[in-house]
Design a protein. Structure first.
Length: 245
């Protein structure tokens, strides 16, 4: 087996499933967050406008819970891949946690924003979020209160860096989806975009996603087992990990 060449490109998308084994609650699974809280109340601009205190309490609790979560072997394996892969690696996550970064990944695209960041609804300024945001939190840039919110993408809003994401996706040789439900667009459409561009596709998920039939290959099981094995195989130069040449 030969090592992958320096002109190879891998695009990886991660979702809630990769962080679940670190104790981070998922959203759509049985018993997940959306079975306990109405997303319309805490994950939409309209919900924030109606009851900002409720929205702040929800995200403050999640921020506090995240502080005790630790990166797992799947996060660490992807950090190793970023470090040792000789080609181009693009890591895009739907997660708003910072476990990829804490595992050692340096170049992570957070398409849905970050729980550790805040956004001013008045002037658009961003900053690190305090442990507990509230309606009394003042913006560091404009000084106004009442507009600070978590820098996360809510339903009805456009995910971040989409032009860059699509550009990276169509340039890849291999698209890998890890721990995603395949139910939330636009990320759920990435596999179809990849297939139309002739890119090989691989799903690594606890169970088949809604779009599992679209993938060239699907492997199901815990992310902490599947992802390190995948990374080991890529770095060993296992063939057929990309477009047909």
């Amino acid at each position: 087996m030969t090592r992958p060449s320096g002109d190879s490109a891998i695009f990886i998308l991660t979702g809630a499933g990769i962080s679940a084994e670190s104790g981070v609650e998922t959203f759509r699974d049985k018993g997940g967050i959306w079975s306990k809280v109405r997303l319309e109340d805490v994950a939409t601009p309209e919900g924030f406008a109606r009851d900002p205190d409720k929205v702040h309490a929800f995200y403050n609790a999640r921020r506090a819970g995240l502080s005790s979560a630790l990166p797992n072997p799947a996060h660490r394996a992807l950090a190793r891949l970023e470090r040792d892969f000789p080609g181009r690696l693009t890591l895009v996550t739907q997660n708003i946690d910072d476990l990829h970064e804490r595992a050692g990944s340096n170049d992570v695209v957070h398409m849905h924003g970050e729980l550790s960041r805040s956004l001013c609804g008045h002037c658009g300024a961003k900053a690190d979020a305090s442990a507990a945001l509230s309606t009394a939190t003042a913006c560091h840039a404009c000084g106004r209160e009442g507009g600070m919110r978590p820098d996360v993408v809510w339903f009805g809003e456009m995910p971040y860096r989409m032009d860059e994401i699509y550009e990276r996706l169509v340039e890849a040789d291999l698209f890998v989806s890890i721990g995603t439900s395949g139910a939330v667009y636009p990320a759920a459409g990435f596999v179809a975009e990849a297939r139309s561009a002739g890119i090989r596709t691989l799903e690594l998920n606890l169970e088949p996603s809604e779009g599992t039939f679209l993938f060239d290959e699907a492997r199901h099981g815990p992310a902490t087992a599947l992802v390190p094995a995948f990374v080991e195989a890529v770095l060993a130069g296992v063939p057929a990990a990309g477009r047909p040449r």
